[in-house]
Every structure is written in structure tokens, then in C-alpha cells.
Design a protein around this ligand. Structure first.
Ligand code: ADP
Length: 251
């Protein structure tokens, strides 16, 4: 659960990145954060994960008061969330299994539990058989799936993704989005920053539009079924059948 009240953020150089944001995100929601470049989306996420501190207002995330949180408590806040970055942030010295296991090793989980949970999340993201590969041996989409597995390994109640489809091709972007919606259906709150409006329209959800550091618009949109890739492929097939038929008729 996230509660923000009149939150502003002024960077040390005087840039006002957030300007009086008030909103709640309840457990189990599926939320897109959209808006033009420089609007304050990344700053908003950084405030939620306490990578940056708000300058004024109230910020409460998963029971932590982020205006008051001590530095040594921040890792405990982060354990309540999984974080997926646009540039994956995987460790290339480690194989896929060890990258996904990382957050469990940090909290000292028993190796037996690590083995079963990591195998479970790697299966969830469709990476069985890739356990021993290095991130650099994988495609962008596969690397993003490793980072998704790593974010999910400790079963967080909330998943935060910053442009998760920014560095992968459209087909894989669809797959990643599909996985994020499935993860949400199993009860996890999902918050995604994106500039890909087609994906937002296709999947639907709560859309929070940020501009000039403020919430311009906040509404739930229904998924646009006509953008579903399978339907689009079917339409294409139907069109070419029509074309074949016309050609046959003309002969
Ligand atoms: P977005 O993610 O929507 O592109 P950002 O949150 O990155 O927007 O940036 C919002 C504003 O804050 C921009 O004007 C940006 O230049 C500025 N900004 C971001 N990070 C810093 C920083 N560390 N120091 C100073 N200004 C920053």
C-alpha cells in the first residue's frame, strides 16, 4: 500500500521534479505511470524505493514512513518489493541461476530453499534450461526475464518496473507485459513506468499521467481487445485470404 500526500521533490540544483503529488495505490492494483520525458516519473519511482528522499509531504510505502526512515532500515523496505530496471542490471560474472538467487542469498535463505524457489521462478518466466548461461549469452528479452525472476524470488507483495520493455523487441515486450499481468492476477501489486502507449492501451489498467511533476490524469482504462496480437495476426490472415479470393475471382 502506497500513500502520498502533497509530495514535492526539489533536487540540490534547484530542479523541482515533483510538485504536490497526492495519491494512493492499494494492494493488488495494476498501475501504469506515463507522461513525457522529464515529467518526474523516475523521480516518483526513486521516492517509492527510497533511492531519493522527498523534500516535503507524506510518503508511506508498505508500512514504512519514508519521510522518517533511517538509512539502515531501507533494505527492509526494499525487501517488500521487487524492482525491474530497463537496463536489467544483471551481474555478468554470475550465471542465470545465481542472478535469480541473489536476493535470497542476501537474506541468508537455506540453499535447499534457494534451489527450489529459483527453479520455480525460472520456470515461471520460461527460462528452464538456461540456468548455467551468463546474461551476456542471452537475448534482451531473456535478460529481462532473468531480472523479473530475480525481482520475484522473495515473493514480494509489490513489483515496481521502470521501462521494463524499453530495451526489448515488440514481441518480447508483449510477453513481458503478459507475465506482469499474470503476476498481478496472483495478487502482487504491479507498478510500471512506460512510454509505450500501445502496450498501455492493449493491457489496460490504472493509468496515472504525470506532467511537470504533478498528476495530470488518473483513471482506469479497459484493455483494447482489438490490439491483441493474436487478433491482429488473424485479421492479417483474413485480409490475405480476401485478397487471394479476389485474385481467384478476377482470373
Ligand atoms: P522522467 O523519468 O519522467 O523522464 P525524471 O524524474 O527523470 O523524469 O526528471 C524530472 C526532472 O528532474 C527533469 O527536469 C530532470 O532533468 C530532473 N532531474 C532528474 N534527476 C535529477 C538529479 N539527480 N539532479 C537534478 N535534476 C534531476
Amino acid at each position: 500500500m502506497i500513500h502520498l500526500e502533497n509530495v514535492s521533490k526539489v533536487y540540490p540544483n534547484g530542479t523541482k521534479a515533483l510538485n504536490g503529488i497526492s495519491l494512493d495505490i492499494n494492494d493488488g492494483e495494476f498501475v501504469f505511470i506515463v507522461g513525457p520525458s522529464g515529467a518526474g516519473k523516475s523521480t516518483f519511482l526513486k521516492v517509492l524505493i527510497c533511492e531519493e528522499r522527498a523534500s516535503s509531504g507524506t510518503v508511506s510505502v508498505n508500512g514504512f514512513d519514508l519521510m522518517d526512515i533511517k538509512k539502515r532500515k531501507i533494505p527492509y523496505l526494499r525487501r517488500t518489493m521487487g524492482i525491474v530496471f530497463q537496463d536489467f542490471r544483471l551481474i555478468d560474472k554470475m550465471n542465470v541461476f545465481d542472478n535469480a538467487a541473489f536476493a535470497m542469498r542476501v537474506i541468508g535463505a537455506p540453499e535447499k530453499d534457494i534451489r527450489s524457489r529459483v527453479n520455480e521462478v525460472l520456470a515461471l518466466v520460461g527460462l528452464e534450461g538456461k540456468e548455467k548461461s551468463r546474461p551476456s549469452e542471452l537475448s534482451g528479452g531473456e535478460q529481462q526475464r532473468v531480472s523479473l525472476a530475480r525481482a520475484l524470488v522473495n515473493k514480494p507483495g509489490m513489483l515496481i518496473a521502470d521501462e521494463p520493455t524499453g530495451n526489448i523487441d515488440p514481441e518480447m515486450s508483449f510477453e513481458i507485459m503478459k507475465m506482469l499481468t499474470d503476476i498481478n492476477k496472483s495478487g502482487t501489486t504491479v507498478i510500471i513506468v512506460t512510454h509505450e502507449h500501445d502496450l498501455v492501451k492493449q493491457f489496460g489498467g490504472r493509468v496515472i499521467w504525470i506532467e511537470d511533476g504533478a498528476v495530470l490524469h488518473d483513471a482506469v482504462i479497459e484493455p483494447d481487445e482489438s490490439l491483441n496480437s493474436d487478433d491482429a495476426a488473424d485479421d492479417g490472415a483474413a485480409e490475405s485470404n480476401d485478397a487471394d479470393k479476389k485474385e481467384a475471382d478476377a482470373q
